[in-house]
Design a protein around this ligand. Structure first.
Ligand code: ISL
Ligand code: CA
Length: 541
């Protein structure tokens, strides 16, 4: 793995919601370009762009209809080149989102495949109905549906692990892999620095037999991290990735530490790093719809396991699929500011490359909508439909969907206190959170005590400290409220003390304060509500 990818901080941009430049209510590439200096100022060294390719937007760009072009809603290829150029000037590298498990059903490959055009028949996973007329198998999708859709043109069903407008590609067909290699070369040759690889451990379907009985994701055992998947990644690495100065992070659903180690083993040559999900279960049972109370103990246990499982981690608390961290793991009310800074202290002091999601650096919160009608997300809508089928009343459906919906993180970026938070002069595609007059970049930019300034300072401190970047990780405490860990490097160490509660907590350590989210310069053994502190050469007392 490249050293630059270890030393830099990544910032994820969800283009649709970042910055609109032409008043159509949709964020775009010129909008991003305009904001690059802002990100540079924050200390960002890498940007991950969620998909910007042409797409019918059944899943906001994760359903791609042309991999080597730019969605006209977002601009042109010239805009993309200008963005790369400006980023180069500022020494910011750009990662593209590589979504290759599925395409849009409007992609020309799918159009040709459904028409059985020569050479394209097997680009997707087609099956006839069962003799009894039933679906080809009993699998269920990630988005709360079955996995098969009947296509009138072809007279067969196609497999889709996600929405029905996202047919899965057939990786048993070597032509598909060649196409993917060409796409990767196209972008790397344009100067991108690598890829965030969407659901990259479900590409290869070993068999299409019925899945074991289970309430969700039936069929998973036939496609999760299969040997055939490892082979695909090795080939992409050998043929393409190894030829460039680039970095990859695989979004690997339900990944175990052992699989994570295999996927990132340099000797095997597959991926540089993976996103794991276990810490996201600190407030849920396996799937996000089954919420439980956030537990520091569970959170700490997941961190301890993953921080030590892999040679190098990627750390995140938010992305475009997850609710806002300050609303989820801490307090977005009375202790909003303390909470956001405490979470920042953690994110930037873990071992691995930190990923900040747009708006996280100003403490953006979950949306404040009052009904499902205000949502856009296909996943939320499918879940609502499923729960309705099961006769759940509306209030209960909303209770389940509201804290979990992916739209919580997709509300437009809050830039300033003007109309629509400075995101657009038109009507935003998704409503802006009403707290934008209080929570926005402009209000925080020049305030040395703001959440954003704290992020900036933490990024700076991390960049100066080998201990925080490369040190080993050791969990010292993960109790009801308190999370404490040690980072150690070449005989030096730092202690990170985090209070996940609205009460003062005794944490008996002493040392020199490197940074405290409260701004204080001395530590007296008691953490303030939602306070985060890093102590240099700290000791237990
Ligand atoms: O969001 C999730 C659960 O609610 C995840 O299961 C998510 O579907 C999974 O992490 C895969 O996510 C990625 O691929 C999807 C896309 O919708 C997500 O936005 C993307 O991050 C299909 O491309
Ligand atoms: Ca626009």
């Amino acid at each position: 793995m490249k050293q630059w990818a270890k030393d830099r901080v990544v910032y994820q941009i969800y283009p649709r919601s970042f910055q609109d430049s032409n008043g159509d209510g949709i964020g775009d590439l010129p909008g991003i370009l305009q904001r690059l200096p802002e990100l540079k100022d924050l200390g960002v060294g890498i940007i991950w762009l969620s998909p910007v390719y042409p797409s019918p937007n059944a899943d906001n760009g994760y359903d791609i209809s042309d991999y080597c072009a730019i969605n006209p809603e977002y601009g042109t290829m010239q805009d993309m080149e200008a963005l790369l150029e400006k980023a180069r000037e500022l020494d910011i590298r750009i990662l593209m989102d590589l979504v290759i498990n599925h395409t849009s059903d409007e992609h020309p490959w799918f159009q040709k495949s459904r028409a059985r055009e020569a050479g394209y028949e097997d680009y997707y996973i087609w099956r006839p109905a069962r003799p009894d007329g039933g679906l080809p198998n009993n699998w269920t999708s990630f988005f709360a549906q079955d996995c098969w859709e009947y296509d009138q043109v072809r007279g067969e069903y196609y497999l889709h692990l996600f929405a029905k407008k996202q047919p899965d590609l057939n990786y048993a067909n070597p032509r598909v892999l060649q196409e993917v290699e060409e796409i990767m070369r196209f972008w790397l040759d344009k100067g991108v620095a690598g890829f965030r690889c969407d659901v990259i451990n479900v590409l290869y379907k070993t068999s299409l037999e019925d899945g074991e009985k289970r309430p969700f994701l039936r069929g998973l055992e036939h496609y999760l991290t299969q040997p055939g998947n490892h082979e695909i990644l090795q080939k992409l690495h050998k043929d393409v990735l190894s030829q460039y100065d680039c970095f990859t992070v695989g979004e690997t659903v339900f990944v175990t530490p052992k699989q994570g180690r295999e996927l990132t083993d340099e000797a095997r040559g597959e991926l540089d790093t993976v996103f794991s999900f276990e810490h996201m279960e600190a407030d849920q049972y396996l799937v996000k719809w089954l919420k439980r109370k956030f537990s520091v103990r569970r959170f700490g246990a997941a961190l301890e396991k993953w921080q030590n499982a892999l040679e190098w981690n990627t750390n995140y608390l938010e992305n475009h699929d997850q609710p806002r961290s300050v609303s989820r793991f801490a307090d977005d009310g009375a202790y909003w500011e303390q909470s956001a800074k405490m979470l920042c202290t953690m994110l930037l002091s873990l071992r691995g490359t930190p990923f900040i999601y747009q708006g996280e650096e100003i403490g953006m919160t979950n949306f404040d909508y009052s009904s499902i009608d205000q949502l856009d997300d296909v996943e939320s809508k499918n879940v609502d439909a499923l729960l309705r089928e099961k006769h759940l009343p509306q209030w209960l459906r909303w209770k389940i969907i509201r804290p979990t919906s992916r739209d919580n993180a997709r509300t437009p970026m809050q830039w300033d206190a003007s109309a629509n938070a400075g995101f657009t002069t038109g009507t935003p595609w998704l409503a802006v959170n009403r707290n934008y007059r209080r929570i926005n970049v402009e209000a925080q930019r020049n305030d040395p005590f703001s959440v954003r300034s704290y992020y900036k300072e933490m990024i700076r401190i991390r960049s100066l400290s080998q201990t925080l970047r490369y040190g080993s990780f050791k969990l010292l405490e993960a109790t009801g409220r308190l999370l404490v860990y040690e980072r150690k490097y070449e005989g030096r160490h730092a202690l990170v003390l985090l209070n996940f509660s609205a009460r003062k907590v005794r944490a008996g350590y002493a040392g020199q304060v490197v940074i405290a989210s409260s701004g204080r310069e001395n530590y007296d053994g008691v953490l303030l509500p939602y306070e985060g502190i890093i102590l240099n050469e700290g000791v237990k007392i």
